[in-house]
Design a protein around this ligand. Structure first.
Ligand SMILES: [Zn+2]
Length: 266
């Protein structure tokens, strides 16, 4: 017997609203996760993430829950070069600065963009310099709908070389990951539904080269690079519709079989 998971229910709600249909939990003994009552629509929910990192982080969050860190007003994503020496220490230092950043109304930090601001001692330069000196690449506030049980946190992602690939590259990497999840295609094929929807959650532990365009609003001037992909995705014929949504930022893309749509506040 398989029970419905929270992220499955969440995805189901998104698809129901978008397609204006109603779906029932179907995967009680294998098969796709949801189906419409007439069987014409099937939905499978999956996740592309680094499972080990995710498990480690939730253990860490548990052990630190009794600490007296001041609460945050939103979740933050932090990107750090994979070559950075002291991740653990770094996370603690940034976590200490975040409440000050929120008070100062700063929503993002980008290493390349703040250099001039610091050199010219423009407003808030001292705060920015403290972050700059930690060696991180960038930092983004990710506002999202509030859930009373949720505690905002700092999510760390490592970047391989600091280069920024656009949405097309991110999509290619995602599709490669999906190719290895053969179970999805198998269940979709067996569903015999006309509309076969794959919903992919990504999160703060998803490899940087996949999550980057959806992790936060695009930096100014890079909107075109980070818009929805411009490629026709090479999907298995078992998948007719594809959703990709970042669980923290709630930004996403939707492929309806003929074009891409950008989604916000999913
Ligand atoms: Zn949060």
């Amino acid at each position: 017997m398989n029970y419905e998971r929270k992220d499955e229910r969440d995805a189901k709600g998104v698809v129901e609203r978008a397609l204006q249909i109603s779906l029932d939990h179907f995967d009680t003994h294998g098969g796709v996760d949801y189906r419409s009552s007439d069987g014409s629509v099937a939905l499978e929910v999956t996740r592309v993430t680094d499972g080990r990192k995710r498990a480690g982080r939730s253990a860490l969050a548990k052990s630190e829950s009794a600490s007296d860190e001041p609460p945050l007003a939103s979740c933050w994503l932090m990107f750090v070069p994979a070559t950075h020496g002291s991740m653990k220490n770094l996370e603690r230092r940034i976590r200490e600065i975040l409440p000050e950043l929120e008070m100062a109304g700063i929503r993002d930090f980008d290493r390349g963009a703040v250099q001039l601001q610091i050199l010219e001692r423009r407003p808030k330069w001292q705060l920015l310099e403290r972050i700059y000196r930690t060696g991180i690449e960038s930092l983004w506030a990710s506002p999202h709908p509030d859930d009373p049980e949720h505690v905002h946190e700092l999510i760390l992602s490592t970047t391989w070389d600091g280069s920024i690939g656009g949405s097309n590259e991110s999509l290619q990497n995602l599709l490669e990951e999906l190719d290895s999840k053969t179970d999805n295609v198998k269940k979709m094929t067996e569903s015999r539904a006309n509309t076969r929807v794959l919903f992919v959650w990504i999160d703060g532990d998803t490899p940087y080269e996949i999550q980057r365009p959806l992790a936060a609003e695009p930096p100014r001037g890079l909107e075109s690079l980070f818009g929805p992909p411009a490629l026709v995705p090479a999907l298995d014929p078992a998948i007719t519709h594809l959703w990709v949504v970042h669980e923290v930022s709630r930004l996403g893309w939707f492929w309806d079989g003929s074009e891409w749509m950008a989604l916000e506040g999913v």
